[in-house]
Design a protein around this ligand. Sequence first.
Ligand code: PMP
Length: 362
Amino acid sequence: MTVAPRPSILAVEPYVGGESKLPGVNRIVKLSSNEGAFGPPPGAVAAITKVATEAHRYPDGGATALREAIGARHGLDPARIVCGNGSDELIALLIMAYGGEGTELIMSAYGFQMYELTGLWAGCRVIKVPERDLTADVDAMLAAVGPRTKLVFLTNPNNPTGTLLPQSEVARLRAGLRDDILLAIDSAYAEYVTDPGYDAGATIVDATDNTVMLRTFSKIYGLGGMRLGWAYASPAIVDVLGRVRGPFNVNAAAAAAGIAALAEPGWVERSVAHNTEWRRRMTEALGAIGLPVRPSEGNFVLVDFRDGDRAARADAHLRSRGLIVRGMKGYGLPRYLRVTIGNAEECEMVIEALTDFVRTDG
Ligand code: PMP
């Protein structure tokens, strides 16, 4: 007999990330995890190599230089920034600190899966609120609030749908929540947004005491493998996160890579320009062959195959050409595939493969 964990833990299926291998296929194009299209910034690679000789030293537990660099880049007070081992860790820390048994966590139906998985194992009751046209529905989210609600998570722009909730709606969500409810605005894809009215969350964080903005280096900065995310929050929430995080939760290589990535000249501008261009081209090209694509504000597009079997056949067709995209069955959206915007050649390969699929599948 083995030792039993808390029952809520065995009730949760582990998160499965995008695959990176296909049996028998040599050249893989991985477009399943919304990783940056250009690989890591060269300065970050050099910084990781450089810190390797100091690998016997513990890192700065407060990630001071990194928080200062983030603060300088975004015009934010470094004292109100907490870094983590990916924003996944910060999501888990918030849920452990504020949620748990006897509490409720609210998210929109197609919000980021980790809120649900982490909430469930932590013992929260997770309420997934139906969306309107694949976009978070503020009225429905507010209507779902009960006396035990402690946490509300909003992904904006949303992954996997790519949809954006207007700033006025995010503000209305915050204003409609009680003050003892924490709102986490997860802006993992903030840099890719082209809507001029967009605010990644700092304005609402500054105006309230109970809101957190979550950000990551895994997307625009091409550092998913380093595991680096950050939160911007009120001093009270920063204090709580400081109590629950591990003392060295950001390792030395990740911190050095993050600082170097922020300093890489023109990196964000080039990545955004590429993403905006190819997101538009993919949307138009796939729309033209009868595969509607949601207007996306992220570095990915959600492609509609109209039924789940056809989406599964398209997925198999792409795989036969070494193209790995993300099936959406696990998200409750089986008729869609989510495709990350890769480099130009990779995007062309997807368009060509799907053109061929439509021709042969009918
Ligand atoms: N939030 C959202 C909305 C995401 O899409 C992701 C990555 N898939 C994360 C958080 C986790 O990011 P990280 O790599 O920083 O843990």
